[in-house]
Design a protein around this ligand. Sequence first.
Ligand code: GEK
Length: 243
Amino acid sequence: MKSQQDTIYANVANKITDFQFDQRVAGVFNDMIRRSVPGYAQIINTIGDLANRFVTPKSNIYDLGSSLGSATLSIRRQIEGRECHIYAVDNSQSMIDRCTENLAAYVSDIQVNLLCADIREVEIQNASMVVLNFTLQFLPIQDRNSLIKRIYDGMLPGGILIISEKLFFEDNQIQQLLDEQHLDFKRANGYSELEISQKRSALENVMRPDSLNVHQQRITESGFSHFSIWFQCFNFASMVAIK
Ligand code: GEK
């Protein structure tokens, strides 16, 4: 996949506007997410491994907030021959356009339906796997419970939901420590203090992390039988829930 280096916040901006998944972001997204999210490559690979374990023949898989299709590609490689449909959904047309190119670059017998739509409006049915890889944190907080409940209702028994998120920690000292460690990760990946602080301001109103407790409660109340965090690096985590 072609991806330019992310320099979006490299120069002083007169005014920092809210972060948007527009054409500029889609063009540098692979570089941006790998340099900003600790463990991203590991999580993408593991999503493929989990697909191999959990996806059942003739079922549906949903990649909600699919961006450039990294999770979809990882899943598709593992489930050849199972006659499944993958639905990759994103409400950014720029992401969908680039994702279409990425998917077309590889041959597969698995059909991927790319939908430019709001994940709150997509019907989930016959699903053996649903992925929310760093997407739930961008939804308004009041819409999160109903989305998880709808996902649960559309899943097959034994199906798996993967939720990866930046986490918020109620313990202030831990919150500060893990936040600093994350900033060090970004610095080590070449982001300047200016880039880090301008991006932070842009995300302030757009991305609102929940705590692990809030995630667990939401998952349990929606009816899932099993829940665990399976990956954590600093304040980034990936969780699994099984119906
Ligand atoms: C990956 N999962 O590479 N409806 C549809 N899409 C949305 C919505 C919504 N309501 N809100 C946000 N998005 C990907 C990475 S990025 C995470 C996911 C990040 C989309 C948004 O357009 C963007 O493409 C994606 O969710 C979030 O595995 O940038 O930190």
